[in-house]
Design a protein around this ligand. Structure first.
Ligand SMILES: [Zn+2]
Length: 166
C-alpha cells in the first residue's frame, strides 16, 4: 500500500516534466506568420549578397533593454534582419543589396515578438558616438555601426567591439 502513493508521485512528476518541457519548446522560439515586413522577406536560408552587422544598445530610464534573441527568426524562416543572441548585434543578411533602416529592424522586432519597448516614446539616438538628429527609425544600418537609443537616460554611448569574424 505504501508504494502506490510513491508510484503516483513519480507518474505525476514525469507528467509535470513533460508538460513543462512541452511548454518550453512551444515558447522557446517566437511564432508568427512569415509575411514580408517593409519588403523584407522571411526565408529558409540566410541571404548571401549582403552580410553586415550593426550593434544596438537601448536604455530606458537608464536601464538596459535587451534586444531579444531570435528577433526576426520564426520557426520556419529568417528575416533578412535578425539576431542570434541578446548581445544587441543585428545581422543584416540579404539576397539583395538595398538600404535597411533601424525602423525596418523594429518593424521585424514587432512582427516577431509583438512588442516594441520604444513604441510611442521619443528616443535620443547616437550613431558611432555622435548624436543623430531626427527620427531614430530613419538611421540607415551600416557595417560595424554602434547605435545607442536612450529614453529618459544619460548613458554615454559606447562603440561596440565586434567579435572577430563579424
Ligand atoms: Zn551575420
Amino acid at each position: 500500500m505504501a508504494k502506490l502513493p510513491v508510484g503516483n508521485m513519480v507518474a505525476f512528476v514525469v507528467l509535470a516534466g513533460i508538460v513543462i518541457l512541452t511548454g518550453a519548446a512551444l515558447f522557446s522560439a517566437p511564432k508568427g506568420v512569415s509575411n514580408d515586413v517593409n519588403g523584407i522577406q522571411c526565408q529558409s536560408m540566410e541571404g548571401a549578397v549582403m552580410h553586415i552587422h550593426a550593434h544596438l544598445d537601448i536604455f530606458v530610464n537608464n536601464e538596459r533593454v535587451d534586444v531579444p534573441v531570435n528577433t526576426g527568426i520564426l520557426q520556419s524562416c529568417l528575416y533578412w534582419l535578425h539576431t542570434h543572441d541578446s548581445t544587441g548585434i543585428m545581422h543584416i543578411e540579404a539576397p539583395v543589396a538595398r538600404t535597411f533602416t533601424l525602423g525596418d529592424f523594429f518593424a521585424i522586432w514587432g512582427r516577431t515578438w509583438g512588442t516594441n519597448p520604444l513604441a510611442g516614446q521619443t528616443a535620443t539616438a547616437y550613431v558611432n558616438g555622435q548624436i543623430f538628429e531626427g527620427d531614430y527609425r530613419t538611421i540607415v544600418l551600416a557595417a560595424h555601426q554602434s547605435i545607442t537609443l536612450e529614453v529618459n537616460s544619460n548613458k554615454t554611448p559606447e562603440l561596440y567591439a565586434f567579435p572577430p569574424g563579424l
